[in-house]
Design a protein around this ligand. Sequence first.
Ligand SMILES: [Zn+2]
Ligand SMILES: [Zn+2]
Length: 350
Amino acid sequence: MTPSALLLLLPLLAPRPADDPVVGRAIPALAGPGDPHLVEGSYRIQRGDEPVLWIPPGEVLEFQVEVDLGILGEASVGTVTMSSGVEPFVAGLPMPGQAPAESGRLVGWVRTVARGGHLGYELDHSITTRFLPQDWPSVLNLEVQTGSENRKRELKIGLVDGAWTGNYRGNSHCPGCDRLEHFVKATLPWNDDYHCKKCKRAEHRLWDEPMEFAVPPETVDVLGAIYLARTLVREERDTLALHMLQKENLWDVTLTRGVSGNVKVPAGTFACREVQLGVSQPEGAEGGGAKFSGLFGIKGSIKIWVHESTGVPVLIEGDVPLGDIMDLHARIKLASYLGTPEAFGVVDAK
Ligand SMILES: [Zn+2]
Ligand SMILES: [Zn+2]
């Protein structure tokens, strides 16, 4: 099973919409009591005319990842931690010896860290996204995977000369160079050390040339899309449409608010709403090999259950393909929570 498929799925939340119109494309002022961007404990990030993003300033959610093994029962394959925060924005790098200049503005960030292992496959995968109060980039996403495989990806979205732009770079094994640190010991004493052709060592991987391309206004990354599911619930919308970039591939995503129900997970029983995700390739998009086998590696239908008023994710279910052999049913269940909005909690046991 590829735990990497499971990890990316989680964050969502949101308090009540603010009445004040906030200008600017991100959090413009340092928070304090009375900061109009801090609403019932969450930061409001304006996205032009598109639905706002709500970032809880100190939330930590821990999930258990479980897969269904048929008659063998359920196996726990790992954990996912989803956290978010807000910190001062520092523009550019300070000169040597200088303290970073406080800009008086804030950066909202969200992060998922997935750890797990199954059948000898080890994984430690983190995705961090920053929502920056500037034109370029206004979304900065960094993905780092270590363990049995090593991988880094960087995605930037924002305005370049007034045009919405995406910029993506991954990394791959060095094709061959003169750097001695890339050489591996020959196995036979009379052979020379050589530059290996392929391996999984992190230190042999180099950044690829970045790709730059046009994107629709207010395009978000995967975590931005997941946090917008909180906006859907918090603002009691029926649907919410967004554009999402995953690597260099652009997707149209529609979030739909579904049925209500109580959901039992290790952290307790919560009154939830189902959120359905519809994903399609934008009209007129080149085929370009862009395949979508499901959101975040989950194939077919995904069910996300979020807390009914705050949007905190409680349970995510879907099928994860195990090669061509079979599909595994995976469940990501909330196990503990910290710093969630006040309205979030278990249903009363009567
Ligand atoms: Zn090399
Ligand atoms: Zn190598």
